[in-house]
Write a protein that binds this ligand. Sequence first.
Ligand code: SF4
Length: 166
Amino acid sequence: MQWEPEAAKELEKIPEHVRQMAKMGIETSVEKKGNNIVTLEDVREAAQRFGALMEKDEKITKIAIVRCDIVSETCPGVACFKAFNKRKMHFGNYGDAEIIGFFTCGGCPGRRVFRLVDSLLKHGVDVVHLSSCMLMEGGYPKCPHIDEIRQMLLKKGVKVVEGTHH
Ligand code: SF4
């Protein structure tokens, strides 16, 4: 596959860590068109497609779920995921969304949440759900540290939703 000089120059504008992958993608699409020379237009078309994909990705709501470490001894989290996958209960308002983190508080008083929230922010988290097991009352006591955990998340600028599956 040959590259017109302008096309090769345009390719240089693509960040280095994805350039090789982009090059292969462009060549495959040129090949599918029955051509063997990559033009400037081919590179620009690919950049547009990539831009549209990035835009789509940006619209996806990124969710993390924090849950009680004690409860995690007996609960694998199936109900949380079921509610998310079916967009039920506290996940009912989401359209395009993905769970990017699912972790326990690390045990009382929940310091792991404090440590992990910075990492979640780096990954673009939009909202943290406090799982329903942290909010239970009756047979199992409600988390006594939930107010501190909530406040800490809010101070970091993260939206908080109380509850997952009930
Ligand atoms: S801090 Fe709350 S959520 Fe974490 S283990 Fe203790 S009771 Fe459970």
